[in-house]
Design a protein around this ligand. Sequence first.
Ligand SMILES: Nc1ncnc2c1ncn2[C@@H]1O[C@H](COP(=O)(O)OP(=O)(O)O)[C@@H](O)[C@H]1O
Ligand SMILES: C=C(OP(=O)(O)O)C(=O)O
Ligand SMILES: [K+]
Ligand SMILES: [Mg+2]
Length: 596
Amino acid sequence: MSHSLHFFTPSNLSAPKQSLPKPSYNRWFPVTSLSPKLISIKASTSADPNSSTTSPQVLISDNGTGAGEILSFTPQEYDTPPSQSFLSDSSSIDVDAVTEVELKENGFRSTRRTKMVCTIGPATCGFEELEALAVGGMNVARINMCHGTREWHTRVIERVRRLNEEKGFAVAIMMDTEGSEIHMGDLGGASSAKAEDGEIWTFSVRAFDLPRPERTINVNYDGFAEDVKVGDELLVDGGMVRFDVIEKIGPDVKCRCTDPGLMLPRANLTFWRDGSLVRERNAMLPTISSKKNCSLDWLDIDFGIAEGVDFIAISFVKSAEVINHLKSYIAARSRDSDIAVIAKIESIDSLKNLEEIVQASDGAMVARGDLGAQIPLEQVPSAQQKIVQICRQLNKPVIVASQLLESMIEYPTPTRAEVADVSEAVRQRADALMLSGESAMGQYPDKALAVLRSVSVRIEKWWREEKRYEAMELPAVGSSFSDSISEEICSSAAKMANNLGVDALFVYTKTGHMASLLSRCRPDCPIFAFTSTKSVRRRLNLQWGLIPFRVSFSDDMESNLNKTFSLLKARGMIKSGDLVIAVSDMLQSIQVMNVP
Ligand SMILES: Nc1ncnc2c1ncn2[C@@H]1O[C@H](COP(=O)(O)OP(=O)(O)O)[C@@H](O)[C@H]1O
Ligand SMILES: C=C(OP(=O)(O)O)C(=O)O
Ligand SMILES: [K+]
Ligand SMILES: [Mg+2]
């Protein structure tokens, strides 16, 4: 059974069809069928797609027989462009082995929708450890430029690439920049430093020779000793350890410990005066800084571009301007760049300018670690909910990050509170969850990932069964008529998929845009996203509910469908009778069919 709805619009005629005769848009394009049932949806617009007089009209005609016939169609008065393959290896399909097993074992419905980002560090940088994470479901590997050397990062990237090549994964790489926060030095190689109640510690902008003098901490920001005042409170990692500033001696700031605790290398520092955060540095310095004494952000960015990472995450974003600036920088330096820019929301300024920042970015991260050091902790949950919501409304992927399973750095099981926190992020339908220390330097990276996975799958199922997800209004995001059609197609297709209880949505997408529009609707069934390039496939790996495949396809949907059906059937990933809804951004259409 197959039903096809086709929307013929100027956008259908764009893409790689330069040599084709230009069709007239001022007429109807009927879709005829060999079967008794005919559904045609026609759009008519003025001849100039850019014309302000464009007057869209959509007409649905249904020759009305019962459902269930085989429908095939041939557009008649419309010159169908010749089928085109985008890649030569047209007979294969790429999907990672883990997804394949998951689909076969659990069935479509129970595949995980929430994506997982793992920070790679000393605990997970080896090939085998990386492979274990990939097998455990890691969708994106994050490297944090705050830690490790350039060579170390290069090696990790190489290994992830090799893993993808050799084992068929599509793990994307996210490079996270250092940003302009104030942080401690690397403790001269020590893994931590313990501050006891009442102890006097020196925080200094001087660089020390090794071994580091007792109770001294190097600070990365030259202006630190000038900006800080006697009487200020100094917080390590948003309050893990607290000090009172008692004396300033040139570059040295003497502090008394008031809340004892363990300080980790390069821990974040904030200072507070009269109950408010002193934001001198963040206000003064550009987000993307070029610092003398630590890794240079611009060099990091050049590094990321040269390495061809999939995502660059920008720390301490203050405004949309920074994102726009970086995006044009990337565009100028990598011609066919598809590096996505992720804005980390972790400062008061980023909350103030949230909407414009998200709009300018390709995605956002709720970076709760630093956010919780900048706003009162009890405000972090509502900020998270708001960021997640705005991202979905603006159709940008969103990652919830930091301390999700913090106790698992040391222990093999999470706390109940941590499980509840993960559940809440899943329930909010964030695109992705992120591990930091848990996977970078913890003792149980694989177990932490397994907890994210099992909690995600369970909570997703619960909410589907209970139909408890709150209805979210999804405002139009498209700026052109063609984009609006794509959006309408996706929201209709998602709704149809829920109402008909279909097994999967299929989307054929070159840029990934149509796939993201489907993902945004958070449908009950998984979304099989077929794309012809590896980089788009990797990028889609960050988005909720998308199972990205790489396959070459043409502009002929009929043959695309037949081809994917037979490739997926041959691998046992779908079977005859499965009910599928397919949409495509080449020939804006919705088709409902049973797998033959
Ligand atoms: N490349 C690395 N080399 C060494 N340690 C790392 C690396 N990446 C992360 N870590 C460790 O994992 C911890 C958590 O990582 P992350 O959250 O990314 O950084 P931070 O805690 O500085 O915000 C870090 O504090 C650091 O101890
Ligand atoms: C993810 C975060 O950023 P980073 O780990 O780089 O400090 C955070 O602050 O929560
Ligand atoms: K960072
Ligand atoms: Mg941070």
